[in-house]
Design a protein around this ligand. Structure first.
Ligand code: ZN
Length: 287
């Protein structure tokens, strides 16, 4: 039986057929950090003062939306110098090859996901992607735990948080808004579609090891102070709802700035994870 945590091609069929339904106008989250993703999968843009960093390139079929979002903010595509990926699943690198062709940007991916592309390409989950012609790219930089990426006035710290895929990287991003500095952070892979038992068994992955690494990653991230919680899928941090709550009056509080959200978000992942394990245990008892 398929796990209720599974994601299938049907899940993405609507995005594939009608990508325009998932379009939203891009917007400034805070200072030099912008949202350029759609309502299904996230993408963020950072204006470093010395070129742009793009964080994930969404699905292959939403590539045009992403390009439009970047133009709509007034940024030339050709200013993208770095493309940094949260992990090597097709919904996060779908537009990468086209962006590289247009911009010659340097690409970054967790080293273990680069290895996954070479040795276990089936784990990039292309079978769940209705557009089946996507190919893995060769990253210019294979990121390791605690690596930093610096461009212009921006430094991003990569923290290895494997589990959802072998090379998931979570990012701590220093954001500037005038004289103010904030830390924005993204968990690079929080979905259980690759952590449920049927998936791990089907792909012959080490259940204990993969799950332990996932929880260890959360525990590490809990130690970080974070002002702005980002999602590599917008439902993780209610991107769209918060956007609706923003107002132009500078006296309004920015709903994205909330130091309590990060610990709450991580605790929520842990809670849902333990519920999944309990469900598995009770299923096993029934069988
Ligand atoms: Zn994924």
């Amino acid at each position: 039986m398929k796990s209720k945590y599974a994601v299938t091609a049907e899940t993405f069929m609507d995005v594939y057929k009608y990508p325009q339904k998932y379009a939203i106008h891009p917007f400034r989250i805070c200072g030099n950090l912008y949202y350029v993703g759609n309502t299904s999968v996230g993408s963020h843009l950072i204006d470093t003062g010395d070129g742009l960093i793009l964080l994930d390139t969404t699905f292959p079929q939403t590539y045009a939306l992403l390009i439009n979002s970047i133009w709509e903010l007034g940024f030339p595509l050709y200013d993208i110098r770095y493309i940094v990926h949260s992990h090597g699943h097709f919904d996060h690198f779908g537009g990468t090859q086209q962006f590289v062709a247009l911009t010659k940007a340097k690409t970054f991916l967790g080293a273990e996901d680069a290895k996954m592309f070479r040795q276990r390409p089936e784990l990039m989950l292309l079978r769940d992607c209705p557009y089946s012609y996507l190919e893995p790219f060769t990253p210019d930089v294979e990121l390791k735990d605690n690596d930093t990426i610096t461009l212009g006035n921006t430094t991003i710290r990569a923290i290895s948080t494997p589990g959802h895929s072998p090379g998931v990287m979570s990012y701590l991003i220093d954001v500037r808004d005038g004289a103010a500095h904030y830390v924005a952070a993204m968990h690079g892979g929080a979905g259980f579609n690759t952590l449920n038992l049927p998936f791990l068994e089907e792909f012959n992955l080490d259940v204990e090891k993969v799950r332990k690494s996932f929880i260890d990653g959360i525990t590490r991230l809990e130690k970080e102070h974070v002002d702005i919680t980002l999602g590599n899928h917008p439902d993780q941090n209610n991107t769209v709802g918060k956007r609706g709550g923003m107002c132009d009056d500078p006296a309004c509080a920015n709903p994205f700035i909330d130091p309590q959200e990060w610990p709450r978000f991580l605790a929520g992942i842990k809670k849902r994870f333990s519920i999944m394990l309990e469900e598995e245990a009770s299923e096993a008892q029934k069988a």
